[in-house]
Write a protein that binds this ligand. Structure first.
Ligand SMILES: Cc1cc2nc3c(=O)[nH]c(=O)nc-3n(C[C@H](O)[C@H](O)[C@H](O)COP(=O)(O)O)c2cc1C
Length: 321
């Protein structure tokens, strides 16, 4: 069985990538993931705010005062670069660095250093919650596109973009990113939503690991984007089982990125997931993922938007009391 997959122009031995997370902080853990079968690793993000010292605004409102940069960010720029070099020395699979920022600026030149340190690719994460009524949708997207262009023009390695599902026209944005040099789109960023403590009357920041319900949104958009993009697609969010991986590939993903499920079950799960994928492929007579990738995307429908709307109407109208 041949699992080989092309992602961002990189040749991967299979479609399973370890998504951006602390897994790459520890070389031993990264090695365990590689030994278990992971085909590539995305490092935790390096944030544009880390260049705007001394203190990150994101914690400035906490009652305790401003946390130190060191407490918030485990890696300084130098440490991040050194970690890339260490990972590259220890691993044989590609290492993807992650840059996190939404607006262009001098910080994007850090991409050059990521490349020099040995990163095989860069994943740009444009996470932001736009809270100002003075910022229009096109300004948000223009910021993303310009950020991407700055990074792409600074490096020769491929750059992908991890986007949010909450853009007005996701397909248009994905195509615009591709035209601006993105080699792939990661579908999607996950938004961390604080809860409210109704006893202490406080906002409670929290990080909940994902569950499978989050996958459906990814599948819908993979199915829509896959016929419209030339570059790579990676599914991130809610993937827990081999069946989930099959679904992501069927809707058009080249790779899947796993974090929550590996935090819950540990590196060895990768091997089990690959065995599950192999069994499914054997049952269906496939020798390689390329034979079924995108089989369930929307290319069968002349007007995907009309198809989605027809489905929506049908589903609502079929409910009977
Ligand atoms: C502990 C933790 C740390 C993460 N750190 C990053 C990060 O630094 N950059 C990033 O782009 N995504 C980060 N993510 C998001 C993951 O890469 C991924 O997109 C998200 O968890 C959805 O995938 P999952 O359902 O497999 O967990 C992090 C997630 C977790 C749980």
């Amino acid at each position: 069985m041949n699992f080989a997959t092309n992602y961002l122009g990189l040749k991967l031995r299979n479609p399973i990538i370890v998504g951006a997370s602390p897994f790459c902080d520890d070389i031993e853990v990264a090695l365990q993931l590689q030994d278990a079968g992971a085909a590539a690793m995305v490092m935790r993000s390096f944030f544009s705010e880390q260049f705007a010292s001394p203190s990150p605004a994101l914690v400035a409102d906490s009652a305790e005062g401003v946390a130190s940069s060191r407490a918030v960010y485990p890696f300084s720029a130098d440490q991040y670069l050194r970690q890339i070099t260490h990972l590259k020395q220890a691993l044989s699979i590609p290492v993807i660095a992650s840059l996190n920022g939404c607006y262009p600026g001098s910080w994007t030149s850090f991409a050059t250093q990521l490349e020099s340190a040995g990163a095989d690719a860069i994943e740009l994460n444009a996470y932001q919650v736009v809270a100002s009524p003075g910022v229009a949708a096109d300004q948000v997207e223009t910021g993303m596109l310009e950020t991407l262009r700055e990074i792409v023009s600074a490096v020769r390695i491929p750059v992908s973009v991890k986007i949010s599902p909450f853009h007005t026209s996701v397909a248009q944005l994905a195509v615009a990113l591709e035209l601006s040099g993105s080699a792939g789109i990661v579908v999607f960023n996950r938004f961390y939503q604080p809860d409210m403590d109704i006893h202490e009357l406080e906002v409670q920041p929290q990080l909940r690991l994902s569950d499978r319900s989050e996958l459906l949104l990814r599948l819908r958009w993979l199915a829509i984007l896959s016929p419209q993009l030339r570059g790579s697609l990676s599914a991130s969010g809610g993937i827990q089982t081999a069946d989930d991986i099959v679904k992501a590939l069927l809707t058009g993903a080249h790779t899947v990125q796993l974090v929550s499920v590996l935090l819950r079950h540990g590196p060895r799960l990768v091997t089990e997931l690959l065995i599950g994928l192999q069994h499914w492929m054997e049952r269906h007579g496939y020798q390689e993922p390329a034979q079924f990738r995108g089989l369930l995307n929307v290319s069968r429908y002349r007007d995907p938007a009309a198809f989605e709307r027809a489905n929506y109407i049908h589903i609502l109208q079929s409910w009977r009391m």
